[in-house]
Write a protein that binds this ligand. Structure first.
Ligand SMILES: [Fe+2]
Length: 236
């Protein structure tokens, strides 16, 4: 009872400066690359983009923590990489912290036009978005600040089970926890499983999945083929 009340508090704790979760206007089909938690590491992020482009990804999605709250010297370069490569992105807690710091007047050695552009970029990032029955979020797929601060993977299936209960996404892709992990719902039972490096994961219609992609900063990204209904973990 206490746990359910706590969960409701998370759902209804809105983020006043964030656009709410979006339904993506396009149904993202075909091949989708996913990157998470690059934390200001441009070299890792561009390596992931290159690897996913080589795999002929139609769309690349960054699952947040594009920036790191402690790294301020390359903010504009990061925005350029994301926009030049047409990457869709959601907001992570570190991105939110940078946004708040800029809003509060932290100088970060930026000229006014770059500062304005970075703020606009950050302000435009949604907390999560859905495409059909697939959802992309930094952590929990809800319109709240706590949703992107609190991890799904706490070493147990408890948080994942709540998300499966409160949403009807077939697939949820997220970051935040830096270790790749799979949560699978099958007939009411939730399991927590490592994601193998060599064997593609084949999605079943009668199961639901939460996939934590792993940190690009540590050389992880992922590749979804929506037609073949498979996911591959990619190690740089
Ligand atoms: Fe995060």
């Amino acid at each position: 009872m206490m746990i359910e009340a706590y969960f409701s508090a998370i759902v209804f704790d809105p983020c006043p400066t964030c656009p709410p979760g979006l339904k993506h206007p396009l149904t993202l089909q075909g091949r989708i690359g996913v990157i998470a938690d690059s934390h200001g590491n441009i070299a890792s992020m561009t390596d992931c983009i290159q690897r996913l482009t080589d795999r002929r990804a139609d769309t690349i999605i960054h699952l947040g923590d594009i920036f790191d709250s402690e790294i301020h010297h390359n903010l504009m370069n990061i925005v350029d990489v994301i926009t030049d490569n047409n990457i869709l992105a959601v907001k992570g807690n570190n991105d939110y912290q940078i946004e708040k710091s800029l809003e509060n007047g932290h100088p970060m050695d930026l000229d006014p036009s770059d500062r304005q552009r970075i703020r606009q970029f950050l302000h435009s990032l949604a907390l999560y978005f859905t495409s059909g029955n697939v959802c992309f979020a930094h952590s929990r797929p809800f319109d709240s600040i706590r949703a992107f601060y609190e991890p799904i993977d706490t070493g147990s299936t408890e948080q994942a089970a709540r998300i499966f209960r409160h949403t009807d996404h077939h697939l949820l892709f997220c970051g935040h926890s830096h270790l790749p992990m799979l949560f699978r719902w099958r007939a009411g039972i939730v399991t927590r499983e490592p994601i193998p490096e060599q064997t593609p994961l084949v999605f079943q219609k009668n199961e639901k999945y939460i996939i934590i992609v792993g940190s690009a900063d540590k050389g992880e990204c992922g590749f979804i083929d929506r037609e073949k209904m498979v996911y591959e973990r990619i190690r740089l």
